[in-house]
Design a protein around this ligand. Structure first.
Ligand code: COA
Length: 330
């Protein structure tokens, strides 16, 4: 019997735009205040892309750093998957724009839409392309310019999100575990609770659609909150079971950075509060970029080291959710 083939993360990178928008800045824009935002979400500030920066610009910066970290040339990449809900355009894919920007001319490229869960779903797809023999080196990117899809007059949504990108490079290097199995789920019956209703084929762009501000993200915050706590919590337990790993053996948990209260609730429920990586105060919710940025920071800060097992868990519009277990092999 041959060796079990595994796929590892061999490099990480992240990028956030220069401009910082604080809770105090938001006080000047909508009827809100720092105390409300921080006490309900744990957020202090977020980064906002410049007018001339699109999602692919953010993704390309993160990708270049991940490739440098992995010691891999752009020409060696044979698949780029960009997870995003804020693409540069409906088509071509944001992944194609990233390809052009980083010079990965030998790659095939596509976007993946799973809202805030996109990075974990894309990681699983990239891993499986390698395991299936369809690719050797895969770049997985979560990139978002959320600010382009926020209603800056709606205080219930605009304070919650930020822009940024994170990326990883995947290869099979014969490590013992690498990226282990994921559990993923979706429930389309709850799509209305978190969505951008306008300017797709359901409600094409028109003066009426724009007047109703349907081109922006809408959300039923309390319902989203409840489902996020329950789905991420259950996903972590299922992912540990699937990979036959004990919760005690996990060095670090990297949850979707949507809200510190959601994360606290999961931490208490699972008894893992002291091992959760949290950066929501600095970046707010960067959707599919969030766990990719957090992973890059956790590695750079030495929170995750060679041989450590960590768990990533996500939740997003759709609804979509999931979790996986990863062995850090660098
Ligand atoms: N500043 C000040 N007040 C605000 C506000 C803001 N930015 N946004 C809403 N409010 C007000 C509401 O209008 C409401 O006022 P009312 O009682 O007079 O009607 C009050 O604050 C409480 O609103 P509520 O929705 O009950 O607050 P909450 O405790 O549920 O917190 C969220 C709201 C959005 C922070 C919370 O529900 C949440 O985080 N949900 C999950 C969101 C999420 O993570 N989405 C992405 C998932 S990928």
């Amino acid at each position: 019997m041959g060796l079990k083939r595994t796929v590892s993360i061999i490099g990480t990178g992240s990028y956030v735009p220069e401009k910082v928008l604080t809770n105090h800045d938001l006080e000047e824009m909508v009827d809100t205040n720092d105390e409300w935002i921080f006490s309900r979400t744990g957020m202090r500030e977020r980064h906002i892309a410049a007018d001339d920066q699109a999602t692919s610009d953010l993704g390309a910066e993160a990708a270049k750093k991940a490739l440098a970290d992995a010691g891999v040339k752009a020409e060696e990449v044979d698949l780029i998957i960009v997870a995003t809900l804020s693409p540069d355009m409906f088509f071509p894919s944001t992944a194609c724009f990233v390809q052009e920007k980083i010079g990965a001319k030998n790659a095939f490229c596509y976007d993946l839409g799973a809202a805030c869960s996109g990075f974990l779903f894309a990681l699983e797809c990239g891993k499986n392309q390698i395991l299936a023999g369809a690719a050797k080196t895969v770049l997985v990117i979560g990139a978002e310019k959320m600010s382009a899809f926020l209603d800056w007059e709606d205080r219930t949504t605009c304070v919650l999100f930020g822009d940024g990108a994170g990326a990883v490079v995947l290869q099979s290097r014969g490590d013992e575990h690498g990226v282990m199995d994921a559990v993923m789920g979706s429930d389309g019956s709850l799509a209305d609770l978190l969505c951008t209703p306008g300017c797709g084929s359901r409600n094409p762009a028109s003066p009426a659609v724009l007047e109703q501000r349907m081109q922006y993200i809408t959300m039923q915050g309390r319902d989203v909150f409840k489902h996020a706590v329950s789905r991420m919590g259950k996903s972590v337990v299922l992912a540990l079971e699937k990979n036959q790993v004990s919760i005690d053996d996990i060095k670090c948990f990297i949850p979707h950075q949507a809200n510190s209260r959601i994360i606290d609730a999961i931490g208490r429920r699972l008894g893992i509060s002291d091992r959760i990586y949290l950066d929501v105060a600095k970046y707010a919710n960067t959707s599919s970029a969030a766990i990719a940025i957090a992973l890059d920071e956790a590695v750079n800060e030495g929170v995750i080291q060679k041989g450590d097992l960590f768990v990533m868990t996500v939740f997003g519009g759709g609804f979509t959710w999931g979790a996986n277990v990863v062995e850090w092999c660098k």
